[in-house]
Design a protein around this ligand. Sequence first.
Ligand code: GCU
Length: 454
Amino acid sequence: MRSIQFILLLSCLSFSALAQSNLTPAQRDSLKQATVADHNNMLQQLGIAADQLRKGPSGNPKDPNAANSSEEKVNKYILPDPLVLKNGQKVKNAKDWLEKRRPEIVADFESEIYGRMPANIPAVKWQLVSTKDTLVGNQAIREKTLKGIVDNSAYPAIRVEISLILATPLAAKGAVPVVIEFSFPRSQFNPGNVQAIGMGSAGEPTWQEQLISRGWGYAVIAPASIQADNGAGLTHGIIGLVNKGAHRKPEDWGALRAWGWGASRVIDYLETDKDVDTKKLAIEGLSRYGKAAAVAMAFEPRIALGFIGSSGAGGVKLLKRVFGEQVENLASSGAYHWFSGTFIKYASKLTADDLPVDAHQLVALCAPRPIFISAGSPEVEGQWGDAKGMFLAAVHAGPVYRLLGKKDMGTTEYPLLGMPLIDGDIAYRQHAGGHSTGPNWSTWIAWASRYWGL
Ligand code: GCU
């Protein structure tokens, strides 16, 4: 029962509510009002009246308008072919993929879903706040706390400082591989009484301990230090700084790309740190940060491996598939800030069928780099994230990996719960736990060892 309540909490309340639970009711109200005002401003810019915006299904399976969770009720949908150019020609080699088709797909994701990065993003200066030799569990680490200070001389009213923690094994003899995590509030930075999501399951070493004992390191980014996780924050953070406090234009970037930009700036720092082997960097995240991890990897070639946890809709779940969370949910005032304003059209004048790209092409943008897609059990995690929709995106990215001489998952058949599909450069595993990457860490590490060695 507790786990079901937990799923409902995840699906319905969303984590921003959790993160904001230290606000007073009045502060929460004003945040909500500012979010609704920003959402309305974007609707106006798009020429969409409030009653022209469709509502998404409910994340509560008991509601009469519950999201579809039955395979029999899945719609028929057509996915854009990642290997056919817009002019109808087939992509037959790696050169055409890289020079012609990939840029087409990038352009569609930028103009229709995630937004475009502005050309004039100010520079970031990294500052080492502290270094200490300490323990994570019983593993000895060197832990550095860093701040990435964004130049705000063009608009001093907004300050942005990226918070980063880097841990490497104290015993390391040289530079080590590092997994970068987008962390939820209350975990690394702000340990509270809530069990942090994405950590090891009870009784197992945490993911940090597993990485350190393997001889690898980890870096933890606080996404909210880059861009707030709500619509009210769009006139602040890095997006607000570039816009000098004004509302976004419809094609401007959303929070997912802003978080991805932050990860790229973290990598700029890591490239200057002799403890880090920057040829061996991975990105990991869960849920909205799983979406962020996928987007970061798609757009940042220095990320070598991915671990995309329960990213669901807006991440690596097929958006055209009617199962679990839908575009209409993402376009609402609770989630639109993750995307460009233009994405809202697909919950109004257009539908998901009209999207020129889908999640299999987001996975394909990561090719040929190895990517591991992770989901939890439907009974514990719920069906909101659509584990099969994520598997299918992995399947349909396969042709691109093959074209580039890499191995796909090796099957198109949905695996049994717990079965790892880890022989290829696209990997998938649905673990038996809940909304967490925790139970998949050991499998991920085994798979990553193929690339990073012992
Ligand atoms: C909500 C949201 C999901 C998101 C999740 C999370 O459930 O609908 O899209 O992934 O929150 O980030 O926790």
